[in-house]
Ligand binder design. Structure first.
Ligand code: GDP
Ligand code: MG
Length: 418
């Protein structure tokens, strides 16, 4: 943690400054702090409902598990590989972020669910968006459903599942060196086995059949339930976040597995936007003097915030154990690249230590903040507590995101065949 002292002070973004000025204005610090805390609590209350639909056997339940970072055998997992018996949508809350609920919908086009009444039957209004899954070509039921979802003003995403199987099946036509076995060179198969050629062909095929069914410029995401870090799943995660209304983005982001650098970066960026509110809430409401520190702050609140950052970036014993098992690496190899403490190690004492380390930086920041926000100076203790907290949270978040990136790199090592 010594790095915190050595670092140059991170820039305070103009947006943060503007929002802070607007929040504090000429009013009282306590009032602004209460509002900041309220805004944070509102964010925590936001719910997200994701509908997963498609034909029976297409991989819906598997996807419901995978997107929640679960194995099919976990307690909270949806049952997979069973004949469709689901007569109504089943809710599967995310195990760590229960406000994110993934719904396993009954298959479309079955006896009980005709596509014209399907959306009514599954309570269309409940969902934020729809994932339509197929493990072959998309059917007329899928297309009709998508068009109806669009007509009613919501978003849908076509997901083509089980591409690992397609890649494996194609291998049968090639010898061990990846050379085509057929004597006659086929129009369809290249002479050398190529994953990207196969994947592109699947994608094009899906798109063509969707276009033939009347979809304008459809997009299809290729996924494998067994390899969520591969193919189009990381891209799907990004698109889902980008296309959500901005006030819901963080809710989804936090629940997403840290399987790509882009997702990590997005998480960090979104979490950063909350830092000024957290700093204000900490030193403006339940703030008390902390022994050994010349500051007043809400140390429990800060401890929880740091623990949440660790949780969001997978820096906990549980998550690392699962990750190590999935990546088939010893957990020590993952821990070796982590420099911040894990979630379990974050105590009030740790926060106090971290604040002490950031005090010098906080004092430097203080002059800067006071320039813009003289009201901070009216509460003497806040003049130092606020900037020090801001700096501490910012550095910790950066470090946690860096750790998560390095852990991701370790899990990807020796796994380069994208
Ligand atoms: N190889 C492979 N099998 C999958 C994938 N997704 C689902 N499956 C398998 O396909 C079968 C049906 O999956 P399930 O999720 O139960 O389909 P549902 O009926 O749509 O809910 C199960 O045996 C799954 O293990 C995938 O991406 N790759
Ligand atoms: Mg199912």
């Amino acid at each position: 943690m010594a790095r915190l002292d050595d670092k140059e002070l991170p820039m305070i973004s103009e947006k943060d400054m503007e929002e802070l000025k607007a929040a504090i204005g000429k009013g009282s610090l306590t009032e602004a702090a209460a509002k900041a805390k309220e805004a944070l609590e509102m964010t925590d209350k936001i719910t997200l409902n994701i509908a997963v639909t498609g034909q029976s056997g297409s991989g819906k339940s598997s996807f419901v598990n995978a997107i929640r970072g679960l194995e099919d055998t976990d307690d909270a997992a949806a049952e997979t590989g069973v004949t469709e018996t689901t007569m109504k949508p089943t809710d599967y809350p995310h195990p760590t972020y229960p406000k994110v609920i993934v719904w396993d919908l009954p298959g479309i086009g079955t006896e009980n669910f005709k596509s014209d009444t399907y959306l009514q039957q599954v309570e269309f209004s409940r969902y934020d968006f729809f994932i339509i899954i197929s493990c072959t070509r998309f059917t007329s039921h899928d297309i009709k459903l998508a068009q109806e979802i669009h007509r009613l003003g919501k978003k849908f995403y076509f997901v083509r599942s089980k591409v690992d199987q397609d890649l494996e099946n194609e291998k049968q036509h090639y010898d061990e060196e990846g050379i085509l076995k057929q004597k006659k060179v086929s129009m369809k198969r290249p002479p050398q086995y190529s994953k990207s050629v196969i994947l592109n062909a699947i994608r094009e095929n899906c798109i063509k059949s969707l276009e033939a069914g009347g979809m304008a410029s459809p997009q299809v995401f290729l996924v494998s339930r067994w390899e969520m870090g591969k193919y189009d799943f990381p891209k799907l995660q990004e698109v889902l976040v980008d296309e959500l209304p901005s006030h819901k983005q963080l809710t989804l982001l936090r629940s997403l597995s840290n399987i790509s650098k882009e997702i990590l970066e997005k998480k960090k960026e979104q979490l950063q936007t909350q830092i000024w509110r957290k700093s204000l809430a900490s030193c403006g409401i339940a703030a008390v003097p902390v022994p050994g520190l010349s500051m007043v702050l809400d140390i429990t609140f800060l401890m929880t915030s740091l623990q949440e950052y660790c949780r969001d970036f997978g820096l906990s014993e549980n998550t690392l154990t699962t990750l190590a098992r999935q990546a088939n690496k010893p957990i020590a190899e993952l821990k070796a690249v982590i420099q911040s403490p894990l979630r379990e190690e974050i105590t009030e004492g740790f926060v106090a230590k971290l604040m002490t380390k950031c005090t010098a930086g906080g004092v430097k920041y203080s002059a800067y903040f006071l320039n813009f926000l003289p009201v901070l100076g009216s509460v003497i203790a806040a003049a130092i507590s606020f900037p020090t907290t801001y700096l501490m949270l910012k550095n910790f978040l950066n470090d946690a995101a860096d750790d998560a990136r390095r852990v991701l790199e370790v899990t990807l090592e020796g796994n380069v065949s994208q």
